[in-house]
Design a binder for this molecule. Structure first.
Ligand code: PHE
Ligand code: NA
Length: 452
């Protein structure tokens, strides 16, 4: 039986961009940028993109394309003793899939709430209290209390992933991304056009881009930039590798990797403009300082922005559209995470697509129920912290060490260059072997020590 393939180059790129562009672009990027010196952050960020993001993307595309299989089998082909690393990456993806989907479920609910802004004036106590049901004793002991209001949106999110992966690479994943990605870009452009002309919006945007050059010598800013790049590009844990394993024989790897990275980072800029435009307008309307309205992570998307939406003209249109954008970005990433697991199972255990997709989506759904309980948010934060700060960086590092030091990296360079319009030279070898490895070591040590 021959391996499934992407139907077209555009289809592959849109799917890869769909994986990269996710919840992280819309709420994480603006906040990380702000926290790390605004405009001055772009220098480390662009540097990280060039020295780690693009080289790593080229490597993952090359490995997937060369060995035509998911992470466990690919890494086993590189070195038999490293099959476990492939399974470890698959396991990370499986865990991420189980909680990433919960945030999508929140966004689906908020999409519905946004029609009438049912979060009211106090979006904070609405989110944590009314919606998630947290009480002062929101301990893990509350993992038994399911939030029934989240069951339907959670099922919808899993259903989307199930349909896409069940129908397969071309008939499912490619098709859905070809619809979702253009719609997502249009949605964000429309929201920016509506927001940018509101009073105060430009101040918000300026403020995000205003360089604070004193921060550029701060090592924390550099580690934030590299951390954001690995996360935002979904490299290092089998996802891009699994998508690339379905590339046709004749594929321009280097060019595809550049396009994917540039479109993802471009989208981040757009999302930043949208979010900070809205925050600037909100600060203006409330007569408060911008610094007082900014908050991070979950809080930004589900607490601060709902309040901003209340103040917008036509909130019943802009609100649902904003959350719809979040849902589209999330679903297309979730599909890629699930597919990484499914590809791993199929290639190594010889299952067919329907079996692998059904098994994983059913199990994943059951496990993700844990995260929609009263203690769920606490668990989610904990797991997310460990995955992002330790497991993911460790997996990235080991993959780079394996490919860069235990294998002949020049073989991969040749493979990548063979059919590509432009070639990668020695800088690529250098970035993989030294720059990325060095930075990851620093980040990992930093995070492990910082946890104590
Ligand atoms: N790259 C995605 C984003 O920016 C996040 C993601 C994380 C995707 C993990 C897949 C896996 O949100
Ligand atoms: Na991203």
């Amino acid at each position: 039986m021959s391996r499934e393939q992407w139907g077209s180059r555009t289809g592959f790129i849109l799917a890869a961009v769909g994986s990269a562009v996710g919840l992280g672009n819309i709420w994480r990027f603006p906040y990380v940028t702000y926290e790390n010196g605004g405009g001055a952050f772009f220098i480390p960020y662009l540097f990280a993109m060039l020295t780690a993001g693009i080289p790593f993307m080229i490597l993952e595309f090359t490995l997937g394309h060369k060995y035509r299989s998911g992470a466990p089998k690919t890494l086993a082909s590189l070195n038999r003793r490293f099959e476990w690393l492939g399974w470890f990456q698959v396991m990370i993806s499986a865990v991420i899939a189980c909680y990433y989907v919960v945030v999508i479920a929140w966004a689906i609910s908020y999409c519905y709430f946004a029609f009438s802004q049912s979060w009211g004036d106090d979006s904070n106590s609405f989110f944590f209290g009314t919606f998630l049901g947290l009480t002062s004793d929101n301990a893990p002991s509350r993992l038994g209390d399911l939030r029934w209001n989240l069951l339907l949106p959670l099922s919808i999110a899993w259903a989307a992933t199930y349909v896409a992966t069940y129908r397969g690479v071309q008939g499912g994943i490619e098709k859905i991304n070809k619809i979702l990605m253009p719609l997502l870009f249009l949605l964000v452009l429309y929201l920016i056009a509506r927001i940018a002309f509101l009073p105060g919006a430009l101040d918000g945007i300026n403020w995000m881009f205003a360089p604070d050059f004193s921060k550029i010598w701060d090592p924390k800013v550099w580690s934030a930039a590299y951390g954001q790049i690995f996360f935002t590009l979904s490299v290092g844990f089998a996802i891009m590798l699994s998508y690339a394993s379905f590339l046709p024989e004749k594929s321009d790897i280097n060019n595809n990797a550049f396009m994917t990275v540039l479109m993802n980072c471009g989208f981040s800029m757009l999302a930043g403009i949208m979010v900070f435009g809205a925050l600037g307008y909100m600060a203006h309307a409330q007569g408060t300082a911008l610094t007082e309205v900014v908050s991070s992570g979950v809080g930004l998307a589900f607490v601060t922005l709902p309040t901003a939406i209340n103040l917008l003209p036509a909130p019943g249109i802009m609100g649902p559209l904003f959350f719809l954008a979040l849902v589209f970005a999330g679903v297309s990433s979730h599909i890629s995470i699930a597919q990484a697991v499914i590809t791993g199972l199929m290639d190594k255990l010889g299952w067919n697509r329907h079996q692998a997709s059904t098994l994983f989506c059913t199990l994943g759904f059951l496990i993700s129920l844990l995260f929609i309980t009263q203690g769920g948010l606490l668990l989610l934060d904990l797991v997310d912290y460990f995955i992002n700060n330790v497991a993911l960086l460790g997996a990235c590092l080991l993959e780079l060490l394996l490919a860069g030091w235990l294998c002949r990296l020049t073989d991969f360079q040749r493979h990548a260059n063979r059919l590509s319009e432009f070639r990668v030279g020695n800088w690529w070898l250098f970035c993989i072997r030294f720059v990325s490895v060095g930075i990851l070591l620093i980040l990992l040590f930093n995070n492990i020590l910082g946890a104590f």
